[in-house]
Structures are given as C-alpha cells and as structure tokens.
Design a protein around this ligand. Structure first.
Ligand code: ADP
Ligand code: MG
Length: 594
C-alpha cells in the first residue's frame, strides 16, 4: 500500500538522438515492416496517387477562370467533368490509401505486441515481477498506440511531401516570380518550429511514464478494495489518486502546450506569407501582369500547400512521441534472460528424484540475500520439510528447483545432474508445484486439471481428481467438470482450489513435487481431505514441502530448519526435539500449527 509512483529503471528517457532514431527505425523495418512487401507497395502507390491528384486542383481552377475570363463555351462541359473526375479519383484513392496504411500499421503493431509477449512469457520471472503488471501492460497499450499514430503520420507525411512538390511545380508553372517570393518566406517558419519540436519531445516521454504509473496505481487500489474499506484507507487512497492524476495532468498539460503552439504558429506565418504574395501580385496586376486564372490558381496552390506544410512542420514533434514508445517496447524485448538452456544442456536422464542442495547461495537482484550456504540431501521418494521463521529463505529455496532463478553460488543436483546442465523443458516437465494459495485459470475444472498433462484421458483426469479428494465437490458443481471457475478460480473456495491444483500435480505424475503448504485456506474438514490427498501425492516421489503445520512436519522423513538463508538444524522430528534447539522452540511456542 505504500508504493508511491516511482520512476522505473532502464526505460529510455525522452531524449532520442538522430542516431537512435535511425537505429530504431531500421530495427522496426527489419523486424516488423519488411515482410509486408505487397502492402508497402500499395501504400506507396496510393499515397503518391492521392497526393498527385490533390496537386492538380489549382490547375483546374486556373483553367476554369481563364476560360471564364475569355467566355470560352467549353467551360460548360470541360471544367465540371474535370472536377468530377479528379475529385472522384482522389476520393477513391484516398479511401484505398487509408485502408492500406492502417492495415500495414496495424499489422506492424500486432507483430510488436506478439514479439514483446513472446519475450515476456519465456523470460526470467525476475524481469516480469520487477514491474507492476499494469506498467508492463502499458507497453502493450499506450506505447503501442503512440507508435501506431506516429507511423500513420509518417506515411501520410510521405503524401504531404508529394503534394507539396506537386503544388510547387504547379506554382512554378503558373507564376515563377511569385513562387520565388513564397519560397523565401516559408523557411522563415522553420526555426521556431524546430525549437517547439524539442520541447514536445521532452514532454512526451514523461507523459507515457505517468500513464503507466497511473494505471499501476489504479490496479493496485482496486485489487485492495476490501482492505481499503476495512482499514479506512479511503483518505490516503484519495490522496494517492490526487497525486497520481496530478502528475498525469501536468505531464499532459506540458505536452499540450507545446503541441498547441505548433499549428497556430504555422498558420500565422503562412498568413504572413500569403499576404506578402498577394501584395506583390496586386502591385504587379496594377502594372498589368498575369491573368486572373494564373493568379487565382497560384493563390489556391499556396493555400492548399499550407496544410501539408504545416503537417510536415509538426511531424518531428509527433515522430518523437512514437520513437520514445518504440524505444520502450524494444527495451522490454532486449533484456536477455539469464535462465536459459546452456549450449551443452541435456535432457534429464531417468532417475528416482534424488535432489541435493550443495552449498547453495542466492542473492536477489536488489542485493538481498535469499539463501546462504544451504545444503541438504533429499533421498529419492523421501519428503523433506522446510520449516523456520518467515524470511528464512524457504520460498526462495523452492523457487530455485524449477530454475525460476539460478543459484548465485553452489549448485543443485537432480539425479546427479547440475540443474544448469539440464534442458529447462525436461527439468520443469519432471516436477509439479502447488503454491500456497493456488490461483486457477478462468477455464473449466477439467481444463485446469489437464494443465498437468495435456492430452490425458477423461478417466485419468477423474482418477487424479479422486486421489486429490476433489471428485465429490467437482461433481456437485453446476456443470461438473465443465464448470468454469472464474478469474483466478474465485468461484471455488480456497480448499477446493487447492485440491484442483493437487489433482493437476497428480496427473502430471512428477518425479519431484514442490509444495508450499497452505495454512489459512482450509477449514478442518477440508484439511483432513487435503492431507489425505497429499499423502497419496507424496507416495513414491521426492517431495520438498514448505511446511507450517506440525502434522506435515511429523510425517516428513527429514526436517530442514532454516534461518537467515541456511540450514541451522536438520533431522527427524524426534532427533530435533531431543536436540532442543530452534525446532524444539518452534514446536513449543506453536510456531508450527497443530
Ligand atoms: P520465507 O519463504 O522463508 O519466508 P523467502 O524465501 O520468501 O523467505 O525470503 C528470504 C529472503 O529473501 C528475505 O529476506 C526476503 O526479504 C528476500 N526476498 C524474497 N523474495 C524477494 C524478491 N523477489 N526480491 C528481493 N528479495 C526477496
Ligand atoms: Mg515464503
């Protein structure tokens, strides 16, 4: 509840150098854009076509006015037909251009999302758990949206360039002197625009971060809704919300201020340019110069050019937002996983599940010591109970066995092989894990059990459920095995969820069983059922259980008492009671539940 919005690590700040820009764009092109070659060609052709048709408008106006002035009768059919043809053609090609562009951009961002998820689903658990889930989700939503908007603008700016070039050609064709004046005036606008772009860029990175922080705050606050009410935390939550929304407000305001200036500034500068051109043209007309058609066509071209020119002027600022998002997305993908198959990794050989912790040390990435010289030997088929005060490293020890983390010193052996020499897939395939408060997937009960061994038969699922003492309650559910359990499994009670998780573990028939014993989820009737199920489950396989209950500990073949990351005592219940050390004290003071 105390975590304030904090700046997250390793995300690139809002400064993107031209060099980065090139690297980012090249990478995007190589990994996501290049393969859609058909669409790319379509986008280019249609964009150029649309832009060229726009550039034809002033020529039509010029022609119409010249015919008008000379009372040419062809104006009756030629001009309207020309207008209809050009506008219809432009409308059609613009429609197709929009579809092609959006189609391409949407494919690209879907590819980015898939690639990012692919990385996150396989990478180290430490990478995923370091950030609030909502902040990671923001990489898929807000960042991707800014990338999409930027890409669309980038494509359209290609059209804007063609339009402007076309219009300049028309202007030169109609009146080169006036064109020269316009050409001198337009670049004057470039300097203040550049300066504004920089400011927008600085502001935009900050805004994306704030959006992620706000989302993280909201997820946490709603997830804790019960605690908030019972502990009367409404005031402090409100204060946190005000702070979070305030940060977001200021970040958005900063970026809006920058953006809001760009367009009006360009408009005003454009107006000044038009005024100058008009003044010069008027002066020249008074001296008896160009035709009415030339002049009108020229002004039309000048006005038509101002929109794409403005868009191009604002492009840099817009690009920066998307590039900042792209940099963040790539940063997520780029963190190399530490837990991977080594080049000489082999499948786990057949064995009975002989697990040895040999002087194991583990330090978390923030420097906290999880384990410190932990050694014990779990003989095949035996149950080893890890007990001890909280913070002693029990959960850490359990998480090292499926290599959720790798040891920082020492080694863990399974059937004689160092875990780091075993292929991850076969290592994890050889074990089952039941967590303290198991969350289920929002699927049917049957599908949740089948996760243990996809493809198992109906009879095998039923047998597993029976052995886990879960069959009775499952059959009593409205749809039996096909009942969908709700998000996290919330339509089942804690004890029911745990038995479904046990059935899943049983179905897997693992060599090694990892259990984090629940203490609170079960009432006494359920507990007896779960204990029976556990006894069945443990038979014939090595079991490592983080134990909180005396009954579990007594039935274990060996007890490892852990404190400060290492084993302080080791033996059976009886020998440890005789030793009269930490374990005996835990039992006496009810540190272990009866
Ligand atoms: P136990 O399960 O025995 O209560 P843990 O294995 O959870 O103990 O914790 C052992 C030590 O490692 C504690 O000091 C704890 O603060 C630290 N620790 C546990 N998880 C993390 C983590 N994800 N990041 C940093 N430190 C951690
Ligand atoms: Mg723990």
């Amino acid at each position: 509840m105390t975590s304030q919005p904090h700046a997250s690590r390793s995300l690139p700040s809002s400064t993107i150098t031209p060099n980065d820009t090139q690297t980012l764009l090249k990478r995007l092109w190589r990994t996501q854009v290049r393969q859609h070659s058909g669409l790319i060609v379509a986008v280019i052709v249609l964009t150029v076509l649309t832009a060229s048709l726009t550039a034809l408008y002033p020529l039509v106006i010029q022609r119409a006015l010249d015919m008008f002035a000379s009372r040419d009768s062809r104006i009756l059919y030629q001009v309207p037909m020309l207008v209809v043809v050009i506008t219809f053609a432009k409308a059609l090609s613009q429609y197709a251009q929009t579809l092609a562009t959006q189609g391409l951009v949407l494919l690209v961002i879907r590819g980015l999302q898939e690639q990012m998820f692919e990385h996150l689903i396989t990478t180290d658990i430490a990478h995923v758990e370091r950030e609030a889930p909502a902040k990671l989700a923001a990489r898929f939503t807000t960042d991707v949206i800014s990338i999409r908007d930027t890409m669309i603008r980038a494509v359209n700016s290609m059209g804007d360039v063609v339009t402007v070039v076309g219009l300049i050609v028309s202007m030169l064709y109609m009146d080169w002197e006036l064109s020269l004046i316009a050409a001198i005036l337009y670049p004057v606008a470039a300097v203040p625009i550049q300066r504004l772009g920089k400011r927008v860029r600085r502001a935009s990175g900050g805004m994306q971060e704030r959006v992620g922080e706000t989302a993280a705050f909201l997820t946490e606050s709603f997830a804790q809704a019960r605690t908030v009410r019972v502990y009367r935390l409404e005031e402090s939550e409100r204060a946190r919300a005000v702070l979070s929304f305030g940060h977001l407000y200021h970040a958005m305001l900063r970026i809006t201020r920058g953006r809001a200036k760009v367009e009006p500034l360009l408009e005003a500068l454009g107006g000044a340019a038009v005024a100058a051109v008009l003044g010069f043209a008027g002066w020249r007309a008074a001296m008896g110069g160009a035709t009415l058609g030339d002049f009108s066509g020229f002004v039309a071209a000048l006005l038509l050019a101002s929109r794409p020119l403005r868009a191009l002027g604002a492009l840099n600022a817009a690009l920066q937002e998307g590039l900042a998002g792209l940099a963040r997305v790539f940063a997520v993908m780029d963190e190399p996983p530490a837990v991977t198959d080594s080049p000489h990794a082999r499948p786990l050989p057949a064995g009975d599940g002989h697990l040895v912790f040999d002087n194991v040390g583990f330090v978390y990435s923030d420097g906290r010591v999880g384990l410190d010289h932990l050694s014990f030997d779990a003989q095949p088929g035996c149950t080893v109970a890890l007990v001890g005060p909280s913070g002693g490293g029990k959960s850490t020890a359990l998480s090292l066995v499926p290599r959720l983390h790798d040891v920082t010193s020492g080694r863990i052996l399974l059937d004689g092989m160092d875990l780091r020499d075993v292929q991850l897939e076969s290592l994890r395939g050889s074990m089952a894990y039941v967590s303290q408060d198991p969350l289920l997937f929002d699927l049917s009960v049957r599908e949740n059990i089948l996760i243990g061994r996809p493809g198992a038969s109906e009879a095998e699922v039923a047998a597993a459920a029976r052995a886990a003492a879960a069959e009775r309650f499952i059959l009593a559910l409205p749809n039996g095995y096909d009942t969908v359990v709700g998000p996290g499994g919330q339509r089942l009670s804690g004890g029911q969820r745990q038995r479904v998780a046990l059935a899943r573990a049983l179905l897997r028939n693992p060599r090694l069983l990892l259990l984090d014993e629940a203490t609170s989820a079960l009432d006494s009737e359920n507990e007896a059922l779960v204990q029976d199920a556990l006894a069945t489950l443990r038979k014939g396989r090595t079991t490592l259980v983080v134990a909180h209950r005396l009954s579990t500990v007594r039935s274990a073949d060996m007890i490892v008492v852990m404190k400060d990351g290492h084993a302080v005592e080791c033996g059976t219940h009886d020998t440890l009671i005789q030793q009269d050390g930490l374990y005996a004290r835990l039992v006496r003071t009810q540190g272990l539940e009866r």
